[in-house]
Ligand binder design. Structure first.
Ligand code: NAG
Length: 219
């Protein structure tokens, strides 16, 4: 029984900015399970199967459904031990899946990174699909390149601290269709990073992340 689905076809890619762009994750990364496993690990890339939501991740809920498309599903479950996050216990009512890039991504001084993908994401209440970057060391940085919080909207967020953040919530039309998400990160001054969010080619928001340059991210 599927109650949430996040699908990514072949367009997921991460590249340094032009003019001299280097492809870090190719568009073929979801062409086969072997390709997927070359670039991604299952569950959260920092290790562990739970985070701040009511689902436990496992490999069984992550599939290359057709070549080029990664499908992540959620399934109701009973009898799971709770997750612990920030000192609180969170009941686990679903099994689901996540993949994290094997490599870390760092905006170099004077440079940048581009992340893009095409997503079909549910906005069903209670679901929380996300495509995001988060700090390898400490927290923040965090950039939510696309987050669907079951509200009918898509959110774009950049955190300076847990209480100081830039955010933009946009109505997410036609969730049954694929939508292109792109996020451009560019160093501003050797310390801060400008973050530009695009959906279906249209600019959505521009944020600046404090002290993001030079800090490694998980994807
Ligand atoms: C975060 O810090 C950057 C760099 O100082 C600043 O430009 C930006 O406005 C800050 N964001 C918020 C929401 O205050």
């Amino acid at each position: 029984m599927i109650s949430a689905a996040l699908l990514l076809p072949s367009l997921l890619s991460a590249a340094s900015l032009p003019k001299r762009a280097t492809t870090l994750i190719p568009k073929t990364a979801f062409d086969s399970t072997a390709n997927l496993e070359q670039y991604f690990v299952y569950n959260y890339p920092w290790g562990g199967t739970t985070h701040n939501g009511g689902a436990r991740m496992d490999k069984d809920h992550v599939k290359i459904s057709t070549p080029g498309t990664l499908t992540i599903t959620a399934q109701p479950v009973r009898g799971q031990p709770p997750a612990t996050h920030a000192g609180k216990q969170i009941p686990i009512n679903y099994l689901s899946g996540a993949v994290g890039a094997r490599q870390h991504f760092t905006v170099p001084s004077g440079g940048g990174l581009i992340f893009s993908g095409s997503f079909q994401a549910t906005t069903t209440r209670g679901t929380w699909p996300a495509f995001w970057l988060t700090a390898v060391n400490g927290w923040p940085p965090e950039i939510d390149m696309a987050e669907w919080k079951g509200s009918g909207k898509i959110s774009f967020n950049t955190f300076n601290t847990s209480s100081v953040l830039s955010w933009k919530d946009v109505t997410y039309s036609n969730p049954s269709q694929f939508h292109d998400i792109k996020c451009e990160l560019r160093d501003v001054n050797g310390r801060d990073t400008q973050v530009k969010f695009y959906m279906d080619g249209a600019p959505q928001a521009t944020h600046v992340g404090k002290d993001y340059t030079g800090k490694p991210f998980y994807l």
